[in-house]
Design a binder for this molecule. Sequence first.
Ligand code: G
Ligand code: G
Ligand code: G
Ligand code: MN
Ligand code: NA
Length: 253
Amino acid sequence: ANPRKEILTAIKQNQFHVVYQPVVDAATLQPGGVEVLMRWHHPGAGEIPPDAFISFAEAQKLIVPLTLHLFDLILRDAPALKKCLPPGSKLGINISPGHLHADSFKDDMRKFAASLPPDHFQIVLEITERDMLNQREATKLFEWLHLEGFEIAVDDFGTGHSALIYLERFTMDYLKIDRGFVNAIGMETVTSPVLDTVLTLARRLNMVTIAEGVETPEQAKWLRDHGVNLLQGYWISRPMRLEQLMTWKPDVD
Ligand code: G
Ligand code: G
Ligand code: G
Ligand code: MN
Ligand code: NA
């Protein structure tokens, strides 16, 4: 089959769904919001990994319709999300560079935000470092996003596209520390000097830090003790379907 058509068909036939992964306060473990992650269950091929279908959609110039579909899926869930997430909850949404730089981007964001229940969610756009290469464009776009009330997170920080200079040049609200760093906690005899330095830097730049891929209580403790603000990962919760999220409670004693 024509793979381009597969994605369009999948949108029409409702083969995509979303899952939600809680992001919790490092000290209290209380949820502050969720990251929305897209899933594709193909009737023949089964689960298609998001890395694969996202980069494929990018290459086929289908990332805009796919992200608009993601927005629709979130909007469908919004009334239920409003019931289980308190006012001010963060809604983290991954935005691909192909969409960020599309002509329709601002309009798409405005429409999506206007369709959500009013004054309830704080949208956080998760953007990777490599998407900020065009400096002038990114500066203007980030200013616009902030004026419109969106927040910005640098996603996957430290995965190889890092240019520390971007952190200083752009105003971004959150730094999401890639799970590669988190994974290494406890494996080295002396603790992670690079991660320590990144955290100091983030603090100096007034960014809120989020650790991704937290899988063990030891990692959570190390991160909390080193001043990381928020935690996300399997130790707290796997990404969940809406129905599970509705009854999910942090496992605090
Ligand atoms: O969801 P997973 O758990 O496997 O994510 C794998 C990769 O796919 C991550 O880099 C994640 O950011 C990306 N991803 C998952 N859902 C979406 C989405 O809705 N939009 C974009 N652009 N990327 C997504
Ligand atoms: O690139 P991005 O950070 O958006 O992708 C988040 C990805 O990380 C998703 O694929 C999600 O399923 C995955 N993830 C979330 N928590 C954990 C974890 O604790 N361990 C691992 N290995 N992956 C995780
Ligand atoms: O769930 P598991 O048996 O892996 O938990 C090991 C320890 O970590 C237990 O003390 C459990 O209560 C704690 N734990 C696991 N997840 C959470 C969480 O999200 N919040 C808190 N406070 N403790 C947790
Ligand atoms: Mn992300
Ligand atoms: Na990430």
